[in-house]
Design a binder for this molecule. Structure first.
Ligand code: BJW
Length: 229
């Protein structure tokens, strides 16, 4: 595929790109945490029902980030952004900070960020202040409770206007390491097809692979640097 040098590129990443850094994906293994389905912890209803459990889940995952590092696929995307003369946007569903640490700057975290918390009252977003528990209050407004800055099921993903603006004008859309189970991200390919070229890079064909013009199967640390070489 020959892409004009002024074409816009949108890359969507999912948990598969961080798998080889040592972070578990959502739907590959058993998908369980302390015998809870992730869907039963990552919802506003779960937070209302048992916030201590939800805080524990996210405190543990936030601490887990300290022991992992960006891999060759994260690094290759940061190099592409630095070298590409046209518009470039990296949209990640991942709540880890591995793209940030690899050097990606034109980056949107559409499902939030593990290292941030948000006030339920004033909505201020701030760095996650150590281990959170149910008694923590917002330092900005001093009364609101803090919650993980994470988009749970049923909540509106972040930055949707900017994402659809980029999708509307891009010449290439690439999805990497995402199963295509979760919307609206799984619908991005349909939003650009057939105007833009579309490519899926994944360990196995995703749920929405038929919507892509091209797909390659394999590990992200091999496929992504090779595609960009
Ligand atoms: C490798 C690899 C390697 C492994 N190399 N690859 C339309 C139809 C039906 C339902 C809906 C719909 N629209 C909305 C919904 C409802 C819902 C939804 O999609 N439900 C489905 C389950 C059916 N969506 C929502 O509720 C969303 N909100 C919403 O739609 O609001 C309305 C609205 C939209 C737009 C504008 C205005 C309003 C919110 C979704 C929030 C998702 N949140 C989560 C949890 C975050 C919390 C946390 O982390 O704790 O986000 S769910 C979870 O899934 C997480 C992920 O970001 C997301 C996607 O998962 P991902 O990344 O694809 O991971 P996996 O595990 O599924 O797949 C990994 C892939 O990697 C696999 O394919 C492997 O093969 C591959 N892989 N190793 C390359 N080494």
């Amino acid at each position: 595929m020959k892409l004009p040098r002024d074409a816009g590129i949108v890359v969507l990443t999912g948990a598969g790109i961080s798998a080889e850094s040592g972070l578990r994906t959502f739907r590959d293994a058993d998908g369980l945490w302390e015998n809870h389905r992730v869907e039963d912890v990552a919802t506003p209803e779960a937070f209302a029902r048992n916030s201590a459990l939800v805080y524990r889940f996210y405190n543990e995952r936030r601490r887990g980030l300290a022991g992992v590092r960006p891999n060759a696929a994260h690094a290759a995307l940061a190099r592409l952004e630095a070298a590409w003369p046209g518009d470039f946007l990296l949209v990640t569903q991942n709540v880890d900070d591995l793209h940030d640490r690899a050097g990606s700057r034109s980056l949107l975290h559409m499902h939030g960020e593990l290292l941030k918390a948000r006030c339920l009252a004033c909505r201020a977003v701030r760095p996650w202040p150590g281990d959170l528990d149910a008694d923590d209050r917002c330092p900005t407004c001093r009364h609101g409770r803090l919650r993980p800055h994470i988009v749970w099921f049923g909540e509106r993903p972040l930055e949707m206007e900017r994402i659809f603006e980029a999708l509307d004008t891009c010449g290439l859309f690439v999805a990497i390491g995402t199963s295509g189970h979760v919307y609206p991200a799984a619908g991005f390919v349909a939003a650009v097809h057939p105007r833009a070229h579309t490519l899926e890079l994944n360990l196995e064909p995703s749920q929405v692979v038929d919507a892509f013009l091209e797909h390659r199967t394999g590990r992200a640390t091999e496929l992504v640097p090779a595609f960009l070489a």
